[in-house]
Design a protein around this ligand. Structure first.
Ligand code: SF4
Length: 158
């Protein structure tokens, strides 16, 4: 096992320890948002409707240990999914490393600050509603606009 300080530069995703794998998540919460897929084009749209387990104030899962039993649609990220999932945001650390890209400057492993994703406006903290709050409304009414997505796609110097 590679235990170097900058493990993500030298250790392939599939060879990372559980601890290293978990450190890669920047806690943005974007993967915990519901998505809609256009049946014709296959295009995927992010909504501001979050999994009911997401803590809206911290953008963290409120029961990470039991998430798969409490939220059956929750997906265990794997190196293969990081490579292939079109629903992961372009800023996601797993996706970036799978694509051979560096972590972004605001990633906590780079910045050394656990709240840098919030400061960079990448986190969904305070920006979402829960599935249980949607009621009779259509999920399509909550699709994130291009302008809103720009905030999440912002690239920072690496
Ligand atoms: S999108 Fe990626 S970095 Fe963000 S919370 Fe999900 S797994 Fe973590």
């Amino acid at each position: 096992m590679n235990t170097s300080l900058h493990f993500w530069l030298t250790t392939p995703l599939k060879e990372m320890s559980n601890a290293q794998w978990e450190q890669l998540c920047d806690g943005c919460g974007l993967c915990c948002l519901n998505k809609l897929e256009d049946e014709d084009s296959g295009e995927i749209f992010l909504t501001r409707i979050a999994c009911d387990l997401l803590d809206k104030c911290s953008a963290q899962c409120s029961d990470y240990e039991n998430r798969f039993s409490l939220a059956p649609d929750c997906t265990q990220l794997t190196p293969k999914i990081a490579e292939t999932a079109s629903w992961l945001p372009s800023t996601c650390a797993y996706k970036r490393l799978a694509e051979g890209k560096p972590l972004l400057a605001w990633h906590p492993l780079i910045s050394g600050e656990c709240d840098s994703p919030q400061k960079a406006n990448i986190s969904v903290r305070g920006k979402v509603i829960h599935e249980r709050e949607v009621g009779e409304r259509e999920y399509a009414d909550f699709i994130l606009t291009e302008e809103e997505l720009k905030l999440h796609r912002a690239e920072f110097p690496c």
